[in-house]
Design a protein around this ligand. Structure first.
Ligand SMILES: *Cc1c(COP(=O)(O)O)cnc(C)c1O
Length: 471
């Protein structure tokens, strides 16, 4: 147990040793064996540089750029680089946000507030759009129209049919997080232009790698501001720009489009608050660290990292194709390898991969889509990729030998039955009490058969159970 308010000061060396000890329980952020959450370029010295840059600006506050022009200059540099990479022109403007979710919430807010007259503003997305759009719609009380996809990609005709007089924004992904495939952005852009509606491209995942993959000859459609009809685009620097966490960019085609993104308030006795983003006080640390990372890697560096990533994706994909019992579920056209199983329990397979040191991300069944395993592939995977095939074959064999897990018998459940007591009992019964999450097949199988609202209630309850103050 850590005491965050000890009676007496604790020496710095001891504190750091304690932090390092705590970190040992975490998944490995380096070494190319973790396929979600972290993006590692495996470039020597880069972490240290980012840390130092972070320290230089950690206590600077982004609340007021006239007080801290250093941050304004850094943000303008980051936005300028993103605009250059993503088909912007001299009219392009943007904002630095804390992450993809914030970028998407703000894109939806700008679209909503551009139409104060509408009583039921609505957002049209393909079913593969990131969950952050649902969060934005929920927070902003914007209606969400989810349109089925065709072969995992947004279907422009179906999107067209979903656009109505209350639609303030259409969105699509480049690429989708779950499957890593790029939506037909030019066709949706043409549609948005014709219907006079804003069109946001969610390139949070791929915005910093797709341009380089295209340069390397990958057969990918145009997806950025160069496409007519695209009015905004988001890219997370903390993904394929390999910066430390907490930095994303939201670009708008023009200043006029960005205007309703701002929140301004002068009607109180304190300072006039003018916020382009959700947070008001903001640390300069992540911004300085991002700038340092990007300047250190540079355009040629990102091209090499994309080369390594592309090779790693090819190696992992061939492994999936060559091993009996698994198959590629989506074309590996970007940084994602998404696989489904044939005749082996997918969740047992994920556990068997984890037991061999490969930490993947299981994805639950959704409507007519089966459960899949998601691998976010970064440059750090290139040196380890060759070892994957043998381990995948062994993991499939082990999963086959173990057979499918038995789902614990539960009474029919509805979300309102999920009380803290029920969750505590269930967690105990599933062996999750001790904080060991390495054998998850049983839990995942249970969640997989739970309808979305029940799964939400179960996982919310579980997270709430974990999030109790230490005594
Ligand atoms: C990661 C991601 C997001 C959300 O970004 P966060 O930084 O996790 O808030 C949104 N869209 C896509 C496509 C993503 O990959």
């Amino acid at each position: 147990m850590i005491d965050a308010l000890p009676e007496k000061p604790v020496p710095g060396d001891q504190i750091l040793a304690e932090l390092r000890a705590l970190r040992e329980a975490d998944l490995p952020t380096h070494g190319g064996r973790l396929f979600a959450y972290v993006y590692d370029p495996a470039v020597d010295g880069l972490d240290e540089l980012a840390r130092q840059a972070y320290a230089v600006s950690a206590s600077v506050n982004g609340l007021d750029p006239t007080a801290f022009p250093s941050l304004l200059a850094m943000e303008n540099a980051l936005v300028g680089a993103a605009a250059r990479l993503l088909g912007g022109d001299p009219a392009t403007v943007g904002s630095v946000t804390s992450g993809g979710t914030e970028s998407l919430i703000l894109a939806v807010k700008a679209a909503r507030d551009a139409h104060p007259d509408l009583t039921d503003p609505r957002l049209v997305v393909p079913s593969t759009a990131h969950a952050a759009f649902a969060k934005a719609a929920h927070y902003l009380r914007v209606g969400l129209d989810v349109v089925p996809v065709k072969d995992l990609r947004a279907d422009p005709a179906a999107m067209a049919a979903a656009i109505g007089p209350q639609t303030v924004l259409v969105a699509a992904s480049a690429p989708s997080y779950a499957h890593g495939v790029v939506d037909p952005i030019p066709a949706i852009g043409a549609l948005a232009l014709e219907r006079g509606v804003r069109f946001h491209v969610d390139a949070c995942f791929g915005g910093w790698i797709l341009p380089y993959l295209r340069r390397l000859g990958a057969d990918l459609p145009p997806f950025d501001l160069s496409v007519p009809g695209v009015t905004s685009i988001s890219v997370d620097l903390h993904k394929y720009a390999y910066t430390p966490k907490g930095v994303s960019i939201l670009l708008h085609r023009t200043e006029e489009l960005r205007r309703p993104q701002y929140f301004a308030y002068a009607d109180w006795p304190g300072y006039t608050m003018i916020n382009p983003v959700i947070s008001s006080t903001r640390s300069g640390g992540p911004i300085a660290a991002a700038l340092a990372t990007m300047r250190s890697i540079g355009d040629t560096g990102y091209l090499s990292l994309a080369t390594a990533t592309r090779e790693a994706v090819q190696i992992l994909s061939s492994a999936v194709t060559s091993v009996d019992g698994v198959r590629l579920y989506a074309p590996p056209e970007t940084g994602v390898v998404c696989l489904a199983s044939d005749g082996v329990d997918l969740f047992v397979l994920a556990d068997e991969l984890a037991a061999r040191g490969w930490h993947t991300q299981p994805q639950m069944a959704y409507r007519d889509l089966p459960p899949t395993i998601h691998l976010t592939v970064t440059a750090s995977v290139r040196p380890t990729a060759d070892a994957f095939a043998a381990d995948l074959a062994a993991a499939v064999a082990a999963a086959r030998a173990r057979g499918p897990v038995e789902i614990p018998e539960l009474p029919p459940l509805t979300p309102d039955m999920i009380t803290p007591e029920f969750i505590a009992g269930l967690a105990e019964g599933l062996g999750l009490g001790g904080g060991d999450f390495s054998r998850m097949a049983e839990v995942n199988s249970l969640l997989n058969v739970a309808p979305p609202a029940l799964r939400e209630a179960l996982l919310t309850g579980f997270l709430s159970l974990l999030q109790h103050p230490s005594q």
